[in-house]
Design a protein around this ligand. Structure first.
Ligand SMILES: Nc1nc2c(ncn2[C@@H]2O[C@H](COP(=O)(O)OP(=O)(O)OP(=O)(O)O)[C@@H](O)[C@H]2O)c(=O)[nH]1
Ligand SMILES: [Mg+2]
Length: 313
């Protein structure tokens, strides 16, 4: 099926077309170029979907919170997209299976699209694949898109540049506040959630987090919400916090800025991937090996070697 037809079907909200397009993104299909062109320059929905990222350590309750938010947005009559990027341990831990089970009440709801996608192993990773998948869900009419990424290493920082609002989830215990500071998530969280508030140490975690947030200079002071996602408790407060951040984004012009930054990163990710592809095509690994050997032997230096690589383009 040609790209234009597939996009047309996705615009009608056909789940199979949406699923197919996201698989093409995941597999870095050569057809993506035409698809993306059609999605970008064809008729677009206004306003574009609100993109909310959820990140945090494994098991903190991201999927449970996502399901809770899906219910809340569906209750408002909104069409919702869910994108689980690089779900943790999909084969062993039953995380994905668990997600499916938890999402089951939405499985037959035509107002919800749920897709998981792997971005690892792709050149450009998250920055490359996520905007493309977001565009597909947006075209399918999703008014809100929730992206779940497991907060390991760079991913939580990356997701922050892809979402309009980033929710950072923590759970009481295990010095989560300290972990938060280490991972640099204090800077990227727009809304903090201390989930599993049915557990001991919730208030201590909130206090610690509040003290740490106070040290970060930002025009937006991120609120802290406590939730028990497994029981749907705290969802109203979370919605209020999300709406407040939205108001801030629009009022300050930051929404526009974030979206431009997102487009910039995407362009760069595509360019870098293309560049690497051309290196591989022109030089192969052998050329790089030869240059590396030259540097090791003291015949050249990495700058000169890089110039040689570039000059062949
Ligand atoms: N006690 C308690 N358990 C919760 C709460 N929210 C979620 N859980 C449980 O915590 C476990 C992990 O929840 P998930 O939503 O899968 O966590 P996650 O962050 O998506 O996990 P990964 O995707 O594997 O990183 C599940 O057994 C949930 O039922 C809560 O508020 N209180
Ligand atoms: Mg999960």
């Amino acid at each position: 099926m040609d790209a234009v037809k597939l996009v047309e079907l996705a615009r009608e909200g056909r789940p199979r077309a949406v699923a197919r397009l996201i698989s093409l993104v995941e597999n870095a299909s050569p057809e993506l170029r035409a698809i993306t062109a059609e999605l970008c320059t064809g008729p677009r929905r206004q306003p574009p979907a609100t993109v909310i990222g959820l990140t945090g350590s494994p098991g903190v309750g991201k999927s449970t919170s996502t399901a809770m938010l899906v219910r809340a947005f569906r209750a408002q009559g909104k069409k919702v997209g869910v994108l689980a990027v690089d779900p943790s341990s999909p084969f062993t831990g039953g995380a994905l299976l668990g997600d499916r089970v938890r999402m089951q009440d939405h499985a037959t709801d035509s107002g919800v699209f749920i897709r998981s996608m792997a971005s690892r192993g792709h050149l450009g990773g998250l920055a490359w694949a996520t905007p493309q998948a977001l565009r597909v869900l947006d075209a399918a009419g999703c008014e809100v898109i929730l992206i779940e990424t497991v907060g390991v290493g760079q991913a939580e920082v990356d997701i922050a540049s892809l979402a309009d609002t980033t929710i950072v989830l923590l759970a009481p215990g295990m010095g989560d506040g300290v972990q938060a500071a280490k991972a640099g998530i204090l800077e990227v969280g727009d809304v903090f959630v201390v989930n599993k508030a049915d557990r001991d140490g919730t208030q201590a975690a909130v206090r610690e987090l509040r003290n740490m947030i106070a040290l970060v200079e930002r025009p937006w002071k991120p609120p802290i919400v406590t939730t028990i996602a497994s029981r749907g408790e705290g969802v109203e407060e979370l919605l209020v916090a999300l709406a407040a951040h939205r108001t801030h984004l629009v009022g300050s012009g930051e929404l526009e800025g974030r979206r431009r930054a997102r487009a910039r990163e995407e362009i760069e990710a595509i360019a870098v991937a293309a560049l690497r592809g051309r290196f591989a095509y022109l030089h192969g690994d052998r050329r790089l090996d030869t240059l590396a050997a030259g540097v090791l032997a003291g015949d050249s230096d990495p700058y000169t070697a890089a110039d040689e690589l570039l000059s062949a383009l």
